[in-house]
Ligand binder design. Structure first.
Ligand SMILES: [Zn+2]
Length: 107
């Protein structure tokens, strides 16, 4: 994987080749995940009679779990109100006790 924190050093042909190979692998995996996501969505949508609005609402709900509507979910530690353990904001439930995190869990 590329290390975004590493200091930039002048590239060499060998390094360029290695990076291009890594990028191609990531692009292949990304393309595969796009197909997988589309397949899952279409199966779920059709079987549960969901709409694009349902999907948009869920995307927004998940995006806002880190309190930022920015298209990514950044995990931040948060304390579970039920068991008082520190859990991750990436899920909507405490990983220890299963308590559902409802509303703005950061206030
Ligand atoms: Zn808990």
């Amino acid at each position: 994987m590329l290390d975004s924190n590493s200091e930039f050093t002048p590239s060499t042909p060998r390094l360029d080749f290695a990076l291009r190979s890594q990028i191609k692998e990531v692009e292949k995996k990304f393309a595969r995940l796009e197909i997988l996501n589309a397949a899952i969505w279409e199966l779920v949508r059709d079987r549960l009679n969901l709409t694009g609005a349902d999907l948009d609402a869920k995307i927004l709900e998940i995006d806002l779990r880190d309190s930022l509507e920015d298209g990514v979910v950044t995990a931040v530690p948060l304390r579970c109100p039920a068991c008082n353990r520190v859990s991750s904001s990436k899920g909507n439930r405490c990983v220890y006790c299963g308590q559902e995190f409802v509303g703005d869990v950061f206030t």
